[in-house]
Design a protein around this ligand. Sequence first.
Ligand code: ADP
Ligand code: ASP
Ligand code: MG
Length: 413
Amino acid sequence: MKVYKFGGASLQTAASIRNLVSILQKYPADVVVVSAMNKMTNAFEELVDSYFHHRPDMQEKFNIIKDYHRTIARELFTDHSQATGDLEKLFSTIEERMQKVPFVNYDKTYDQLVPYGEKLSSTILYHHLKQEGFNCRWLDATELIHTDANFREARLEDKKTRESLDKTLQQDGLKLTQGFIGGCKEGYMTTLGREGSDYTAALIAAFTGAEDVTIWKDVPGLLNADPRYFEQTEILSHISYHEAVELAFYGAKVIHPKTIKPLQNYHIPMYVRSFLEPEKPGSLIDSSTEWDDNITSYIVKRNQVLLTLQTMDFSFMAEDHLHHLYGIFNKLGIKLNLMQNSAITLSVCFDKEDEKLESLLRAVEKTHHFKYNEGLDLITLRHYSTEAIQRVTRNRKVLLDQRSRRTAQLVVY
Ligand code: ADP
Ligand code: ASP
Ligand code: MG
């Protein structure tokens, strides 16, 4: 069985949907997982915000979503086709939801609207595939991927998901479903965290023992740096799961960090290929570590805060004290990207979110002196060299520099 995942970038226009179908004609797959079209998840997030806060621009936000999908549908289908009917039905369901009072819980409210991005994109693709002669089934991921009710960061219910996948994916023909979304036993839709479609594809591949999984992107494969910010990039043609999970964790935005674990656990190879140049081999990620050291990779996380805490009473920043501080980070949902301690100080680097930073400072200010800088970049180099570090820090001020055997991390502004 072959599993494919197509993200928002491959689902932008009617032409890109036709391109995607031509890929499936040339390189057949058994399961296709799709994201919402283009930036539609952001559009749904704006809609949720407006709905939750009872703002007058709610209909305007919804119109943007409807217009986007209707424009594409008009190019692909006739006026009274079943596709158009199915899209309008989904719009009515969304409308009904928006007439109800939002849940008090923002995240729960979010999860009852945002998954429609994936439902709409997969409905359009489904009808176009049928039109092109594919034997295709549309599967609702909110009934296939079982999760807990931890809205917006839902965790998988392994056993139930495995059972439902076993039952459903045995059928013949092409199975089309949505990434990023699931459902909980309380009967609500859930989401797995932004950019979570890669993770869905990996789960499906792992639980069904697929031959491989391919993630189709707008880049030639996994590159040694984000081509949006670096001029000369090289393709990482073959790297290990370990290398891939490190790159994703440090912030290489091309694959979701949760994607690798299920693939490694079940030994499923993953390809990253270009939907713009589908004939090219792309990158392969599997258990082989042979090629990992060949190329230096650069990952930049922007908008970072570097906070240094110092104990007021000169007590050591020892295990018990660190335990206490890490408890606070955990409670506030602050994910540390880097940490370093001295006798009485702890420096931590994390993504800037104003509310979290304020809560953190309130929690520590009675017992710690603190200093922080904002607007920083955290640059990570895998398989670094002195020259590579010099290149990325030229004309910049380095506030923190941490190196292990394979990885150098620099906080700079
Ligand atoms: P989709 O949502 O369509 O699946 P994304 O936009 O999330 O795809 O991911 C593809 C983008 O990731 C590329 O356009 C590229 O700018 C960015 N990117 C960041 N780091 C890397 C990297 N190391 N290699 C390749 N692409 C990268
Ligand atoms: N549509 C979701 C998002 O944009 C999931 C994904 O694309 O992977 O975050
Ligand atoms: Mg994406």
